[in-house]
Design a protein around this ligand. Sequence first.
Ligand SMILES: [Zn+2]
Length: 256
Amino acid sequence: MSEFQIQQIAVLRDNYVYLLRDEATGACAAVDPSVAEPVLAALDRLGWTLTHILNTHHHHDHTGGNLELKQATGCTVVGNARDAARIPGIDVRVADGEVIALGTAQARVLDVSGHTIGHIAYWFEDAGALFCGDTLFSLGCGRLFEGTPSQMWASLSRLRELPPEVRVYCGHEYTESNARFALQIDPDNPSLRRRAEEVKRLRAKGLPTVPSVLGEERAANPFLRADDALLQQAAGLAGDDPVAAFAEIRRRKDAF
Ligand SMILES: [Zn+2]
């Protein structure tokens, strides 16, 4: 495998834009460019040329920079075919299970609807990197703006089956607040307590908590553990079916 480079750019209040580059060919993608200016500045600094935009979903804080970047660089905009009407400047319409190429690097498209309908993730298997937008956060998950708890649970269950060493590049730095909520639900989980301490240390230094590691999320993130007997016990949801337990944890988070 040739070198696959990832640059993380913090924008707006708590969004992350990622720049991915396949060194062999120079192909370079911006994942969910909320705004154009900081992305253009980063490209300039790195000496990279943007060839693609990969959008996970239509929300403005993930697509707001699409048109300006496309105009400035002539890049190709990739998004979900099912959501094409809501992705500004879309050129390439992809569907669940398709593989797209970024130079010699390849990403599998996974439909992970729930936060929105038509939300997708890009899984670069060889690079061990998952770009999952607002579906899975570190110690949390996206709000259900358009989908149902059952759709979101199916999407998260799908993501949690990826290899445990996969690094999770999500759309927002929400981890500190997610950790406070998760500890309230599942206070005695040692993996969660360890991660919460690490998050506190990182944020105190102004450092990102993203990416996280999927195997650690599986052990610590309550939204990935709605079917786990220990989590259900801790949350007072023993015996609930997974969707009902997930829906209840999500409801509590919405009110947190
Ligand atoms: Zn969103």
